[in-house]
Design a binder for this molecule. Structure first.
Ligand SMILES: CC(C)(COP(=O)(O)OP(=O)(O)OC[C@H]1O[C@@H](n2cnc3c(N)ncnc32)[C@H](O)[C@@H]1OP(=O)(O)O)[C@@H](O)C(=O)NCCC(=O)NCCS
Length: 163
């Protein structure tokens, strides 16, 4: 497995992973899938803003997952804090890819002189919460019933890593 910055030809795979998360998980609190153009514009905007979008690829350059971060809140005082996300293609989960992506993202945040990384995770998403705890994140918040998807209320758990 290699972790590298995302390139335009990765966009179809990134879109497929994103849309699967929209349709089948509570990792993204949206209901509607997006187009390849939507993700392409998103990648371009991240590149323009010098924000990382990393992919994990196998020896055939097949994208197995991706991770990114951006501003946590859009006020100057929050400029040292980022919020990130990580997604692994559903048939590739449980093989260490999420961990590698998140480790690489932490390295990027450190080298960009960020101070805090925030993860906002649906409270029943044990896999993601455990992954973050393994890498040193601590839980700093829990907000009951702030979202709704698949006909039920969703709680949001915040974890953070102080770099
Ligand atoms: C959460 C996610 C990114 C984890 O990626 P992954 O590649 O499956 O995880 P890894 O194999 O790297 O596991 C790393 C650690 O996470 C934890 N973990 C992973 N899957 C788990 C599961 N199903 N249950 C409990 N803990 C789990 C374990 O602590 C694991 O460490 P270990 O292997 O030493 O036990 C992946 O499941 C995913 O993409 N889920 C759907 C999208 C999502 O929820 N993204 C996060 C949004 S906040």
């Amino acid at each position: 497995m290699v972790i590298r910055p995302a390139l335009p030809h990765d966009i179809e795979a990134i879109t497929a992973i994103y849309n699967d998360a929209v349709l089948t998980t509570t990792a993204i609190w949206n209901d509607k899938p997006v187009t390849v153009k939507n993700r392409s514009d998103w990648l371009h905007a991240h590149q323009e803003a010098n924000l990382p979008v990393l992919v994990a690829v196998d020896q055939d350059q097949t994208v197995m997952g991706y991770a990114t971060f951006g501003p946590w809140r859009d006020f100057e005082g929050f400029r040292h804090t980022v919020e990130h996300s990580v997604y692994v293609e559903k048939t590739k989960r449980g093989h260490g890819i999420g961990r590698k992506l998140l480790e690489a993202l932490i390295d990027q945040a450190r080298s960009s002189h960020k101070h805090v990384m925030v993860a906002a995770i649906e409270s029943r998403n044990t896999a993601s919460i455990q992954l973050h705890k393994k890498l040193g994140f601590i839980q700093t918040g829990h907000m009951p019933e702030v979202g709704e998807k698949f006909g039920r209320w969703l709680d949001l758990t915040f974890l953070q890593l102080t770099l």
